[in-house]
Design a binder for this molecule. Structure first.
Ligand SMILES: NC(=O)c1ccc[n+]([C@@H]2O[C@H](COP(=O)([O-])OP(=O)(O)OC[C@H]3O[C@@H](n4cnc5c(N)ncnc54)[C@H](OP(=O)(O)O)[C@@H]3O)[C@@H](O)[C@H]2O)c1
Length: 233
């Protein structure tokens, strides 16, 4: 069976991704910051009888990413999914014109932008030796110049830059036969998306899994929504 490596696997979209791939029999390396308190993830791992391995990982810690890659140096990773993300300051000052919190912005960039780059760098060998050879990142339509809501400088810029990183990488990865994609999950009812979001977690991940399954060289470097729509940059 194929193997998924995912960050931010303990709640929200990451947790549901693990649940669905585990149900389909995949092997999973599920990374999260605090495995001890990841109750639902631990329950999935227990039911999967060894197919789901939980690894502690704060994606800001590049030494920890390298150590993880070393521990799994012989693995074949079919799908590397950069899912972990933060929105930055919300419900108040912090990422609007005139009140920018630059330290918080730096943290958003470390998690949403630099970590996916570092994960892809550290795991390229394991992805290249797999059958499916896919690297993906969960972006957002907020990172699109045509769709952005326009008032969340830290988050929007992190996703716009992530799009650039992944599309640039698509060109580099072609030599390894690796396909790369950026995806928007929709506005989803997670802690980040909040209850007023209009997409259920299960529907977003069901759609995204179809998009991951469709990834190929022709589509490498594209930006698509969970429902299959293309998103304008
Ligand atoms: N929900 C939406 O409407 C929506 C829309 C567009 C894009 N997205 C994107 O979808 C992805 C998942 O979001 P979500 O809605 O599932 O959000 P969520 O429920 O807030 O979950 C975020 C996940 O990221 C993890 N994370 C945060 N900082 C981390 C770090 N430094 N190291 C490792 N993991 C870290 C969290 O772990 P902890 O529990 O340890 O904090 C959690 O597992 C994100 O990239 C987000 O930007 C979401």
């Amino acid at each position: 069976m194929p193997t998924l490596l995912i960050t931010g696997a303990n709640r929200g979209l990451g947790l549901e991704t693990v649940r669905q791939y585990a149900d389909d029999g995949w092997n999973i390396i599920a990374c999260c910051r605090n495995p001890d308190t990841a109750t639902e993830l631990n329950a999935i791992a227990e039911a999967a009888e060894g197919r789901v391995i939980i690894e502690a990982l704060d994606v800001r810690d590049h030494a920890a990413i390298d150590a993880l890659a070393k521990r799994h140096s012989h693995a074949s990773i079919d799908l590397l999914l950069n899912n972990a993300g933060i929105i930055g300051p919300r419900d108040g000052p912090g990422q609007h014109f005139g009140d920018m919190d630059f330290e918080a912005w730096a943290d958003v960039l470390k998690i949403n932008l630099m970590a996916p780059m570092k994960m892809c760098e550290s795991f390229v060998t394991q992805v290249a030796r797999s059958d499916q050879k896919k690297m993906a990142a969960i972006s957002s339509s907020i990172g699109s110049n045509t769709e952005t809501a326009g008032d969340a400088y830290s988050y929007a810029s992190s996703k716009a830059a992530l799009n650039m990183v992944m599309t640039t990488m698509a060109k580099d990865m072609a030599q390894h036969g690796i396909t790369v994609g950026v995806f928007c999950p929709g506005h989803v009812k997670t802690d980040m998306g909040a209850p007023e979001a209009n997409v259920e977690i299960v529907d977003s991940i069901t759609g995204l899994r179809q998009r991951f399954a469709e990834m190929n060289m022709e589509r490498s470097g594209t930006y698509r929504r969970y429902n299959g729509d293309s998103i304008a940059w």
